[in-house]
Write a protein that binds this ligand. Structure first.
Ligand SMILES: NC(=O)c1ccc[n+]([C@@H]2O[C@H](COP(=O)([O-])OP(=O)(O)OC[C@H]3O[C@@H](n4cnc5c(N)ncnc54)[C@H](O)[C@@H]3O)[C@@H](O)[C@H]2O)c1
Length: 402
């Protein structure tokens, strides 16, 4: 066993957190009841090292896999969870507060364990595997929108080296994790880092995709007045009909108290927007990478740490605040998405890992999650909630086909 964690003495605390998350994620246990189908499989995993991820990792171990794990973000690993997994014989290369070179080193360490299946969130591990032409990889999975976009670009340029299943594209993933999970946990992260009252605040949400819809709805639920900015006409219209104000960012910037980027795009909040913001404006990001807010411009100004994960910048006589250095606020300031939605995402992950292990000759492309997996996850979840639904009668089936 090898690896690096911050403090191995945190393993017991991590175990208690793992047990709590596991109790909220019974779907994963149900899937892990199969007999050791991952015997002889080495998984290279790059996911946020949270209590929910520990439930997935322990299930994969129970199914027979050997696992190397690193964190999908330099700031998101929970040290107690990393210590717990390390104590369970997982090769863990993760600790909170990595430098960028340390983060990259951990990715190389995971690749060094020669995984046959790559499980990634954001695409950094997949891209490193392609850069180093790592051999022996039979396939992989990708957890998030930004990672899927990078893999589609690899496929388009003819450079994709192994099949990948886009777990994010399962309905039972993005409809729930991105929307309800990230919607709630982003607000949670913002409140933990600032302690502010949302009621009556003017909040700008950039991007009305799955994450943006969740964040907007939850901010409104807590009494904020929400304005959405978009570049896609259909989504802008959807935001309008959902009852939100839709504006250019440059117009909304002038009067808003809090900005939350949810686009997966780069350079969304720029110097010119920051220049027009009012004194006291707060900036946060929920997108996967720290590229949505121009943080290098912010850091070129005088700044001070106000409290954990909240920095204050002095710009042209105004005070502007930044949460979590512009990195994913829900994972850095809170604990990531709640176990109930991660159960759905990770049920998809686990079933897709099993699909790759059991069918090692899939075509080299970015695959969607099969409808049967998506359906099975929804059925597991309904069953767990004690909800039964109607089914089509014979007459209705015939009517559908006519
Ligand atoms: N923090 C988390 O836990 C978490 C969870 C899931 C996804 N994500 C990440 O969040 C980001 C968004 O994911 P999603 O699933 O909502 O993606 P999505 O593609 O559904 O939505 C993104 C939206 O942003 C809009 N957009 C793009 N550029 C814009 C700009 N300059 N201004 C305004 N709007 C713009 C797009 O038109 C689109 O509607 C991705 O980076 C994804 O990886 C984070």
């Amino acid at each position: 066993m090898t690896g690096k964690v911050a403090d191995t003495s945190l393993a017991d605390a991590g175990r208690i957190s793992f047990e709590w998350a596991k109790s909220r994620m019974p779907i994963i246990d149900k899937i892990a009841k199969k007999k050791k189908p991952l015997d002889g499989v080495r998984l290279g995993i790059c996911l946020h090292v949270t209590k929910e991820t520990s439930v997935l990792v322990m299930a994969a171990k129970k199914l027979g896999a050997r696992i190397s794990l690193c964190s999908a973000n330099p700031l998101s690993a929970q040290n107690d969870i990393a210590a717990f997994l390390y104590s369970q014989g997982i090769d863990v290369y993760a600790w909170q507060g990595q430098t960028i070179p340390e983060y990259r080193r951990c990715i190389r360490d995971v690749l060094g364990s020669r995984p046959s299946i790559i499980v990634d969130d954001g695409g950094d591990l997949h891209l490193a595997a392609h850069r180093t032409a790592a051999g022996g990889i039979i396939g992989g999975t990708e957890e998030t929108t930004s990672g899927v976009k990078r893999l589609m670009a690899l496929e388009k340029s003819g450079r994709l080296a192994y099949p990948v299943i886009a777990v994010n594209n399962a309905k039972t993933k993005h409809l729930f994790d991105n929307r309800y999970g990230t919607g709630q946990s982003t607000i949670d992260g913002i409140l933990r880092s600032t302690g502010i009252l949302l009621a009556g605040l003017r909040v700008v949400v950039c991007g009305y995709g799955w994450v943006g819809k969740g964040v907007s709805a939850r901010a409104r639920g807590m009494g904020a007045v929400v304005t959405v900015t978009e570049v896609d006409s259909v989504r802008a219209l959807e935001a309008k009909m959902d009852g939100f104000e839709v504006k250019h960012l440059s117009d909304a910037a002038v009067s808003a108290d809090l900005f939350i980027t949810c686009t997966g795009q780069t350079a969304v909040i720029r110097k010119e927007h920051i220049a027009s913001m009012k004194d006291g404006a707060i900036l946060a990001n929920a997108g996967h990478f720290d590229v949505e807010i121009d943080v290098s411009y912010l850091y070129s100004n005088k700044h001070v740490l106000v409290r954990p994960n909240l920095e204050r910048f002095e710009i042209d006589g105004k005070k502007i605040y930044l949460i979590a250095k512009g990195r994913v606020a829900n994972l850095v300031c809170a604990e990531g998405n709640p176990p109930e939605v991660m159960a759905l995402s990770f049920a998809n992950q686990l079933l897709c890992i099993l699909q790759i292990a059991e069918n090692p000759v899939m075509p080299v492309k970015v695959h969607g999650v099969s409808q049967s997996i998506d359906q099975a996850v929804a059925e597991y979840a309904l069953d767990q909630l004690g909800i039964e639904i109607d089914s089509l009668t014979e007459k209705q089936k015939k009517y559908q086909q006519s």
